[in-house]
Design a protein. Structure first.
Length: 269
């Protein structure tokens, strides 16, 4: 009887320790534009090499497979809201996106060939908050333009043409779509000099979004702009320039009869 009680007690301790060292979080949706830059006394949110406690230092590249821990607790994300068995704690990408180290942008390690889902893990008032960076879409060419995470210079990360996450202050913006029911059907092309206008190259236009205000300009491309991306890029370099009005910059076609200068080629590198 005494041995049975001992075994039972050990079993309870095992379950308790497992619950303490791993927590499953159900992500919420992003509420329009949000800032994730809360202050935390002392370090509490860590990026570690998957399967270890070795912390990732800032000067290391975010390559490989990683986990995220809140103190000694492994963070596991329920990737499908309707399926409790669909969970993940292995990430192919994990990066702090604020100086306070209380917000981490992650992408699930997934080798299925599809763009793996991305999330923000945020520490706020000593609690973990997981935010999903996903929006439903019915675009005809979604597979082509669902590219997961794209690094935009040193400014931040573009997620599936739908979200822009800034570095340093960890702001998350929902990018205004050309059509509400589908993600932008084009490739990211260039970022404005002030780092606030994203330009997408669609089949027929330059779809431009000033993500801080959601002001949009859809500049139609003429047929003679070319058939390949390289030809179109060269045409834009020679025929468009940045025009700023009300502190918002958009690419606009040059008036050849005026004094506008050709867009410098370095802009497009």
């Amino acid at each position: 009887m005494r041995n049975l009680i001992y075994v039972f007690a050990v079993a309870i301790l095992f379950v308790s320790c497992k619950g303490k060292n791993e927590s499953v979080y159900v992500p919420r949706v992003l509420n329009d534009t949000e800032r994730f830059n809360t202050y935390q006394e002392g370090d509490a949110l860590f990026i570690v090499k998957y399967g270890t406690d070795e912390r990732l230092k800032e000067d290391k590249n975010a390559e490989g497979e990683f986990s995220v821990k809140f103190r000694d607790t492994l963070i596991t994300i329920q990737t499908n809201p309707s399926d409790k068995a669909a969970v993940a704690n292995k990430f192919s990408f994990a990066q702090y996106v604020n100086t306070q180290k209380t917000a981490i942008l992650v992408q699930i390690a997934d080798k299925s060939g599809l763009a793996a889902p991305c999330f923000i893990i945020n520490l706020n008032e000593n609690k973990i908050d997981v935010v999903s960076l996903y929006r439903a879409s019915s675009g005809p060419h979604d597979k082509e333009f669902t590219k997961g995470m794209v690094k935009v210079a040193k400014s931040g990360y573009l997620i599936n043409n739908d979200f822009f996450i800034t570095n340093v202050n960890a702001k998350a913006y929902m990018i205004k779509r050309e059509k509400p029911e589908e993600r932008i059907q084009g490739d990211f092309f260039i970022l404005s000099h002030d780092k606030q206008t994203l330009v997408f190259l669609t089949k027929t236009s330059l779809y431009q979004v000033h993500y801080a205000t959601n002001e949009v300009l859809n500049e139609t491309l003429p047929q003679q702009s070319g058939t390949t991306s390289e030809q179109v890029a060269l045409f834009i370099q020679n025929n468009y320039k940045w025009v700023t009005a009300n502190n918002i910059a958009f690419l606009k076609k040059i008036n050849r009869g005026g004094t506008d200068k050709v867009v410098d080629i370095s802009t497009f590198k």
